[in-house]
Design a binder for this molecule. Structure first.
Ligand code: AHR
Length: 632
């Protein structure tokens, strides 16, 4: 045989926690609304405002119109007649059809439209008020893009000029992924509508999440769920919902915005540039974690930004408010039903505690000193009130830069229990860094690898991740948890690649990295058994070809550059054409874009290793750097 692997079952390696491998759910790539959250109506509360995104308006996804001679006008209004102070904008229909006909709005849903299945039941509901003394008849019609019915029309009558919830089930008679939902009203007068909803009755464990996506995540058997971000958490305004300001800016994810009855949850313009309804909020995250047998691991803002921004709050009262919010979050998860926040959890349907054990403070903050000063305040307050909770710190945005080193030193010195590391790198990096954690201080903080991925979606990327995960597992005494990121992506709304599970409005599929994660998560061992491999050794081979750049390539000397495998797979390329792809040879180095992937500043670090003269090695294949001289 070429190889002999000798296993010594008597020897004891580190124990591997059941929660070693988990998932990181961030509301990026429309992962929540139009994704895991099963709601079929897009913009159900008419809160898409210019502040959410300049291209969105209150009627995003809605088209007004009359039928059978019905007339009227539709507008979104934010005035004193609103549903409540958090759900400020509503739809106002001025109805002018005294002689029959209907007027109203039609929703186009997500992706190609409403995905409905023949024979399945969908729960339609809305909040409404009417100033018509006789009441306003409303017809709800589910139909295809050509106008052909997908269900028998549902009828209801809105009576009285106070907000009231109406609900009616709709049973689909045909299957489609391109349905439309029309809400049409007859007569005259003013009809006000809000929270127009169509929820499939069939959701994962009846908890409101889209079944196929939830099942794909559950099939991984994750040990934990990190949520809700990511940049979504630490970047944006750290102020809360502010009624007077009418959503002037994206707010960081703040859990109190996301709980209670859905019609009272604040909407947000999120960091990733789209509207967030918070229909999938903290209660649903905890419930989902419980439903799939995973440990919940929430991340709260530390009031210092990252993700391209460098701001820290100078408002001690605001900091204190967020610290209190974090204590309240722990009470929401674990407190008795008699406590203030435990009572809210009980009212929402879960009297028993969720059993929260870990809270992470911050994501990838750019200002290490400001972040760590805040982190310690959170940690001390949590330790004083809830000594059993593990408070997780982080190592900043970049696994190789000064912030990383600075933060690691601070975490170590302060005896932080666990530090969250993030990195997105090339397959070569993952192959070459299998031993990263062999040298980590065994007496120092444990590692939570909260985000990582090899940058692309080819099988080779997944193999490099698998190889790397053997190194994580070998060091299970230091690396206690790891999650690939991001988890979900809607094919029509992508802010980040690669992603583990892709979907449109009725289908979903996993990448090879999904399959790899599934293999590891479904086969977590109890402990590492030391082993030794002997036999033919594959020596790392140096990169061959035109690789010998002895200085940094510059835009002045080269205009095209690519790193390829012998099979022609382009791992990295850049054309020096300026903008996001521009490569500046001196510090700070410019960014590289990855073929088939998005723009990633951290690719630069991966390229550093490959490009810098003398540092270019490949572990099991030859790489070629092609740099083409500029002609002009
Ligand atoms: O996973 C995508 C993003 O990558 C996360 O929001 C952020 O934490 C990281 O930079």
């Amino acid at each position: 045989p070429d190889y002999t692997i000798t296993v010594d079952p008597a020897a004891t390696g580190p124990a591997i926690a059941g929660s070693m491998y988990g998932v990181f759910f961030e509301d990026i790539n429309f992962a929540a609304d139009g994704g895991l959250y099963a709601e079929l109506v897009r913009n159900r509360s008419f809160e898409f405002l210019p502040a959410d995104n300049t291209s969105y308006r209150g009627l995003t996804a809605w088209t007004p119109g009359g039928e059978s001679g019905g007339t009227g006008s539709a507008s979104t209004v934010n005035d004193a007649d609103r549903l409540n102070e958090r759900n400020r904008t509503y739809l106002k229909l001025a109805l002018t059809s005294p002689d029959g006909g209907r007027y109203g709005v039609t929703n186009s849903g997500w992706n190609t439209g409403f995905a409905v299945r023949r024979g399945a039941t969908y729960d339609f509901s809305l909040w409404a008020r009417s100033d018509s003394p006789a009441g306003t008849p409303v017809t709800v019609v589910l139909r295809d893009a050509a106008g052909e019915p997908l269900a028998a029309p549902a009828e209801l009558t809105v009576r009285g000029d106070g907000w009231t919830r109406y609900a009616v089930p709709v049973r689909a008679s045909r299957t489609t992924d391109a349905g439309r939902l029309a809400v049409l009203a007859g007569g005259t007068g003013t009809l006000r509508l809000d929270m127009v909803s169509l929820m499939p009755r069939d959701t994962y464990k009846n908890h409101g999440l889209r079944r196929d996506l939830a099942e794909k995540i559950a099939a991984l058997r994750p040990g934990f769920v990190r949520f809700p971000g990511g940049c979504l958490v630490n970047t944006g305004s750290h102020y809360g919902y502010d009624a007077a300001s009418n959503f002037p800016r994206a707010r960081s994810y703040q859990w109190k915005d996301t709980v209670g009855p859905v019609e009272t949850r604040a909407a947000n313009a999120n960091f990733w540039g789209y509207h967030q309804s918070y229909g999938l909020g903290y209660y649903e995250y905890f419930q989902f974690s419980e439903d799939i047998g995973a440990m919940p691991l929430p991340v709260v803002p530390a009031l210092v930004t990252g993700c391209g921004q460098n701001r820290a709050t100078d408002d001690p009262a605001l900091l204190q408010r967020h610290i209190q919010d974090t204590l309240d979050l722990i009470e929401f998860a674990n407190g008795p039903a008699s406590s203030q926040w435990g009572a809210l959890r009980a009212r929402m349907g879960h009297p028993a505690p969720f059993g929260l054990t870990h809270v992470a403070v911050g994501n990838e903050e750019n200002l290490p000193d400001a972040y760590f000063a805040n982190f310690l305040k959170f940690r001390d307050a949590i330790a004083a009130r809830y000594p059993g909770i593990t408070v997780v710190g982080n190592s900043g945005p970049d696994d190789q830069g000064a912030t990383f080193d600075n933060l690691w030193a601070k975490n170590r010195a302060a005896g932080v229990a666990m530090v969250d590391e993030h990195y997105y790198n090339s397959p070569a990096w993952f192959l070459g860094n299998n031993r990263r954690y062999d040298g980590y201080d065994r007496a120092g903080p444990k590692v939570f690898l909260g985000e990582y991925a090899s940058l692309d979606t080819k099988l080779f990327n997944s193999l490099s991740e698998a190889s790397y995960m053997t190194g994580l597992e070998r060091n299970a005494d230091v690396v206690r948890m790891a999650s690939y990121a991001p988890l979900l992506a809607n094919i029509d709304n992508v802010q980040w690649r690669p992603d583990m599970i892709w979907f449109d409005n009725d289908e979903s599929w996993g990448t090879t990295s999904y399959q790899m994660q599934k293999l590891f998560m479904n086969n977590v061992g109890d402990r590492v058994v030391p082993s030794r491999a002997t036999g033919k050794v594959i020596e790392p081979k140096p990169i061959t070809g035109a690789i010998g750049l002895s200085t940094w390539a510059t835009a002045a000397t080269y205009d095209d550059i690519a790193v390829t495998t012998p099979g022609g797979q382009v791992l990295f390329s850049d054309d020096f054409s300026g903008g996001a792809g521009q490569w500046t040879p001196v510090e700070p180095r410019g960014a590289w874009s990855v073929v088939d992937g998005g723009y990633r500043q951290s690719d630069t670090a991966a390229l550093d290793t490959l490009v810098k003269a003398g540092n270019i090695t490949a572990t099991d294949y030859d790489l070629t750097l092609k740099a083409t001289k500029q002609t002009g």
